[in-house]
Design a protein around this ligand. Structure first.
Ligand code: ADP
Ligand code: MG
Ligand code: MG
Ligand code: MG
Length: 710
């Protein structure tokens, strides 16, 4: 999480009165950073990942698995570990940054998260630009899992499922157990104690609810199996609860038929994801990365799909995104367009957790048609930023983020404006949870402009998490190196985000994607007919007329986007990455290891391997307790979590999965643990060249050798 201040948190009626002050001070702080850092140059191409874990209490012999609410105790145990302290420490607050800098392999950092059953871990220091460093990611992720486990009870495990399948189900699902329907969340399904007790988190949940004027509504379409009633009514909803005014919500239609109904922030923010932050060399490059990675967000969401179960029922969607979006949607009925605007300033089409709505690069390729003409932004804030010297595009971006109210305000912070801090700016910035985040340098300017890629779902193994992280790093390098252009209208990115939710969307859906990502080459026509581009002329060739925006993109499958289209029209991201690797100096061993990652990405896209969501669905369907009625009971959950634990343990021991007897595993992970040069227990060898199909176009067909690769 971005910001963990301490102090007296204001309840919503008070916070609302101070919202404008926070916005104004936040904008002044932003201008201060911007003026100080806009000319920052030559920052290193660093990057870092974030892995989030659920902590479960599990015994193999049992029939029930519980969420462990011991986040604070586990973080304490990590902080108190003398061996780790000697190496610079392992918790965000307790670490010795200077000591860590001196370590060649600094120990990882653990962070609290919203759910009291969650942990987050990041590398001890960001990764550098070297290719060899990419091979350090997976061992580091395994080390994090090992260290986390060592500071837990013998029956506690860190697992990387996106969501706990039975969070909010009737009966006990946490340890310790607490009564539901507490004053902060007022949830029918989860206790207030489900959230991190740090005042920021319950206040966030309570103030979102107050601002909305009702509880959050997270309704996920149920998956209709053979024996699932139609219509299906969520049997866990209690229509006769009369403890809080909000208990009326379900009587007023909050829980529609055929939907799994959830009513608290924990159902969304209790999900685990995989995020990657990149540092750019300067602000221009950062803005370019932000724009170019934006259209990839929904594609990577679909490809990492891992969330088919909610509250003990199979859902008809595969990913977590919209559930988080709904779980923190603080919009009022006026803002949502349910009532005429009277007290609020504008209608807002999206939750503050949503796909991003603007592009920000100062890039000649960014056509005005790609932007949303109806984008909501605060014109006064935009003017303040522009008066302060910021350009129109970036001012629009921040003026859009600043249509939101700050939700958690600490009284102490409002006494005096401190322009050497960024707390008020970060208050709004870090509660705009968009799928990309443009992160300005901190107030002390010690690090550079960063861009965070936030859409991916966490995977069960560290192998997969490393694969997706490294893939995104390589794609980003290829974007910069080949000057790739993935622009499509931002509204198409929104549509893609919706499509990414579909069950098996990775195989069944099509996504709007740009047909030609390469920079224009001077065309023959220009050379022959254009009088300003004769060979030897100092004049640049005339740019081709831009043509219709609609002709620039088409609907493609994830397979086409990742592996390339059969007709060779679209090269595919994996082949582009391979070309990039061809163009730089990578030793054979590194190249081979990277190929195992690219192979996973490629095969998940083609359907040769299953997504995590598909594997879970198959696992559940094959379980003796499953009655084809969409119900994922305690025993199924126990065994599913048990499988995730067993896979993780084997992986951490460096062993293969032989003898585990987990259904569907070969189709989830293939032969990737075979590594380079050898085979796995199935005798399969991971190829060096992960190219999916010989019939597809190769790099030389679309990029001239040495075209700007660096
Ligand atoms: P947040 O939760 O706000 O996104 P975190 O601190 O949890 O932030 O994670 C940020 C990630 O960025 C970590 O992986 C960290 O290693 C990485 N990181 C830190 N400094 C830099 C930097 N200068 N450039 C790129 N990445 C960085
Ligand atoms: Mg996090
Ligand atoms: Mg984080
Ligand atoms: Mg993050």
């Amino acid at each position: 999480m971005g910001l963990l201040a301490l102090g007296t948190a204001l309840d919503w009626p008070e916070a609302r009165k101070r919202a404008q002050q926070v916005r104004e001070w936040g904008i002044l702080q932003l201008l201060e950073i911007w003026n100080k850092a806009k000319g920052k140059e030559r920052d290193a191409l660093l990057w870092g990942d974030e892995v989030e874990y659920l902590v479960v209490l599990y015994e193999k012999e049992g029939s029930k698995v519980l969420l462990s609410l011991r986040q604070a105790e586990i973080l304490d145990a990590l902080a108190c570990d003398a061996e780790l302290a000697k190496k610079g420490g392992c918790t965000a607050e307790g670490q010795d940054a200077e000591l860590k800098q001196t370590q060649s392999q600094p120990v990882p950092v653990f962070h609290p998260e919203f759910g009291r059953f969650m942990l987050e871990a990041t590398p001890g220091k960001p990764w550098g630009i070297g290719f060899k460093e990419l091979l350090g990611v997976e061992p580091d992720m395994k080390l994090r899992r090992r260290i986390a486990k060592e500071h837990m009870l013998p029956t506690e495990y860190p697992i990387t499922l996106t969501t706990f399948p039975r969070i909010g189900s009737p009966g006990q699902f946490t340890f310790p157990e607490y009564p539901i329907s507490g004053p902060r969340l007022r949830s029918q399904f989860v206790p207030d104690e489900i959230a991190n007790p740090h005042i920021r988190f319950p206040t966030l949940a309570a103030n979102i609810r107050s601002r909305r004027g009702r509880k959050v509504q997270v309704n996920v379409p149920v998956f209709h199996d053979k024996n699932t009633p139609k219509p299906w009514k969520d049997p866990t909803v209690d229509f006769d609860l009369h403890q809080w005014p909000e208990d009326d919500d379900v009587r007023n239609g909050a829980a529609p038929d055929d939907h799994i109904h959830m009513d608290a922030m924990a159902f969304g923010m209790g999900s685990c994801c995989l995020q990657i932050t990149f540092q750019a060399k300067n602000i221009t490059e950062g803005r370019q990365m932000y724009d170019q990675l934006s259209p990839l967000g929904p594609i990577m969401l679909a490809l990492t799909a891992a969330t088919p179960v909610y509250k003990g029922f199979l859902a008809n969607t595969d990913v977590r995104w919209n559930q988080i979006s709904n779980a923190v949607d603080c919009r009022t009925p006026e803002e949502m367009g349910e009532k005429p605007l009277k007290n609020d300033r504008w209608r807002i089409p999206k939750s503050r957790y949503a796909s991003n709505s603007t592009y920000i690069a100062e890039d000649a390729r960014l056509r005005p048609e790609y932007l949303d003409p109806d984008l909501v932004f605060d014109p006064e804030i935009k003017q303040t930023l522009m008066d302060g010297g910021m350009d129109d595009l970036l001012a629009t971006h921040f003026a859009h983020l600043f249509i939101r109210d700050p939700i958690v305000i600490f009284a102490e912070d409002l006494e005096e404006l401190d322009l050497k801090k960024t707390d008020h700016f970060e208050n709004i910035q870090s509660t705009n949870w968009q799928h990309m985040r443009f992160k300005p340098p901190p107030a002390d300017n010690s690090i550079g402009w960063r861009v965070e890629f936030r859409s991916m779902e966490i995977q069960i193994t560290d192998f997969e998490n490393a694969a997706f992280s490294v893939f995104m790093v390589l794609v980003t390098r290829a974007i910069l190196s080949f000057d790739l252009n993935f622009y499509v209208p931002i509204k198409r990115v929104d549509e893609n985000m919706e499509r990414a939710h579909a069950l098996d969307g990775v195989l069944r859906e099509k996504f709007y994607f740009r047909k030609n990502p390469f920079p224009a080459r001077p065309s023959r026509a220009n050379t022959v007919f254009g009088d300003d581009s004769r060979p030897g002329s100092a004049m640049p060739s005339r740019p081709a007329s831009p043509g219709l925006v609609e002709d620039e993109y088409e609907e493609m499958t994830v397979n086409e986007i990742i592996n390339g289209s059969m007709d060779g029209e679209f090269p595919g991201l994996v082949p582009i990455v391979e070309s990039y690797l061809d163009s730089v100096n990578v030793d054979v061993e590194t190249r081979c290891e990277l190929a195992t990652y690219l192979d996973l990405i490629s095969k998940r896209s083609s359907g040769e391997l299953d997504t995590t969501a598909r594997w879970m669905r198959n696992f559940i369907a094959a379980h003796p307790n499953y009655k084809q009625d969409s119900v994922v009971d305690e025993k199924i959950t126990h065994d599913l979590v048990g499988a995730a634990i067993a896979i993780g343990e084997r992986e951490n021991e460096g062993r293969n999965f032989a003898g585990l007897g987990i259904p569907g595993l070969p189709k989830l992970l293939g032969n990737f643990r075979g590594g380079c040069g050898g085979g796995d227990e199935n005798g399969a060898v991971a190829g060096v060249d992960g190219s999916p199909s010989e019939t597809r176009k190769r790099k030389s067909d679309w990029i001239e050798d040495g075209s700007g690769a660096s």
